[in-house]
Design a protein around this ligand. Structure first.
Ligand code: FES
Length: 115
């Protein structure tokens, strides 16, 4: 790649075009990697919420799912306390916290390759 950069710097348009394509491929790979991990966490959290009956009226559920996903995406080894802190600011008027806590731990376990 260094040779391409040098050739592009010297005005080689073919090298410049190949360099642009290479950077684009790198950027797309990064985007796929990042969103792939995020979607994997989101799927695990949603599934765990359903399995643990972690919703009642569902009003708070989207916010909790997004917050839980963000916590586990950043730190799949988050403890329950860290995950709860990451979900701070979200309130459930129906009081489904027991199910949500279990869903959080199940999703974390699932992301680590557990059942
Ligand atoms: S499930 Fe009703 S507010 Fe959370």
């Amino acid at each position: 790649m260094e040779e391409l950069v040098l050739r592009a710097r010297d005005g080689d348009l073919d090298a410049y075009a190949r360099l642009v394509r290479r950077f684009r491929e790198i950027a797309l790979d990064q985007a796929r990697r990042i969103t792939g991990d995020y979607h994997r966490a989101e799927d695990a959290v949603q599934e765990a919420f359903v399995e643990n009956d972690a919703q009642q009226c569902g009003f708070c559920t989207p916010g909790f799912v997004v917050a839980c996903t963000s916590v586990l995406d950043k730190n799949p080894d988050a403890t329950l306390e860290e995950a709860q802190a990451g979900c701070g600011g979200n309130l459930c008027r129906c009081g489904t916290y027991v199910g949500m806590n279990q869903a959080l731990m199940d999703a974390a376990k699932s992301l680590k390759g557990g059942a």
